[in-house]
Design a protein around this ligand. Structure first.
Ligand SMILES: [Zn+2]
Length: 300
């Protein structure tokens, strides 16, 4: 039993270490900096961060989120990403591997490794989009390719379901973007969102798409509402309530958002990614059973 628990702890630590690397990606990728060089350093005083101050989660807690040299505060995002990746790695491990049964270990271990690709790509997309309102296209394309590869490689893979998922997901969103453009002459969603849904469709199959899109929309609306209330109450802006002008200043791509009311200038990508994780964690069969029950009760 001790060994079993040790494996779970290791799965968490493994994920937290990936989270630590993702923090580097989230900071450097949008700024077009090298991912390997130089090593981590404080953004304020540029002092290199020593290995013993770079332990995932623990270092942040021990130093209370501050630089050891200049005491500048680091964003809590660093610890959040590490903890989230640790937990996700652990949850995926548990869903594929029964640690008490060596047989499931041999089959589940490759699946655990594989699904971490999905998880970490979504975490990176979420935080890059939240901070910069830009979707890293490389991550979505990598996601779509690995999703299709896994669908055909693993014995119980989705196979053509994944291909249909990719095409239908990206196609549907592309149509929404097109219609929005024609009717309102503005872009509520971008090509980045189209790519994310294609990526999710390739991993989860087309059956997951209605649930995904519904859940993402509901959560985005709730967050936009909460952000509005927060801004009114405190007068402070946050990632979800940037005005279009502020968005324009950051990136030229969002220039087209001119005229969009500020509360609608929220990135949709993080909510798509979030519901992608939720669909993975909770499955989507229950959603279809619910729809089934709803429709049949309505018809009789
Ligand atoms: Zn410093």
């Amino acid at each position: 039993m001790l060994e079993a628990n040790l494996l779970l702890v290791l799965a968490f630590i493994w994920g937290a270490c990936w989270g630590s690397f993702l923090n580097v990606v989230i900071y450097r990728w949008p700024r077009e900096l090298s991912l390997v060089r130089p090593g981590s350093r404080c953004g304020t005083c540029e002092t290199p961060i020593r290995p013993y101050d770079n332990v995932p989660i623990l270092s942040y807690l021990l130093l209370r989120g501050r630089c050891r040299a200049c005491k500048a505060t680091f964003s809590p995002r660093y610890m959040l990403v590490e903890a989230a990746c640790g937990l996700l790695s652990l949850v995926v491990f548990r869903s594929f591997v029964d640690v008490t049964d060596p047989e499931t270990f041999a089959n589940g271990f490759p699946l655990w490794l594989y699904w971490q690709t999905y998880v970490y790509l979504l975490v990176a997309i979420t935080f890059i989009d939240l901070e910069h309102t830009i979707v890293p296209e490389v991550a979505t394309i990598l996601g779509a390719v690995t999703g299709l590869a896994g669908a055909f490689f693993f014995p119980l893979g989705l196979r053509w379901d994944a291909v249909i998922g990719l095409a239908a997901g990206a196609g549907f969103l592309l149509a929404v973007v097109g219609v929005g453009h024609l009717l309102f002459r503005r872009e509520a969603m971008g090509m980045g969102d189209v790519l994310i849904v294609g990526f999710l469709g390739a991993w989860l199959g087309w059956r997951a798409l209605p649930f995904l899109l519904l859940l993402a929309s509901i959560q985005a609306l709730l967050a936009a509402g909460a952000a509005q209330i927060y801004t009114r109450a405190t007068g402070q802006k946050n990632a979800l309530t940037l005005t279009t002008q502020e968005l324009d200043e950051r990136f030229d791509e969002v220039e087209k958002n001119e005229g969009l009311p500020p509360h609608l200038a929220i990135p949709f990508g993080p909510f798509l990614a979030l519901s992608g994780l939720e669909a993975m964690l909770f499955g989507t069969d229950w959603f279809w059973r619910l729809m089934d029950a709803f429709v049949s009760s309505w018809l009789t």
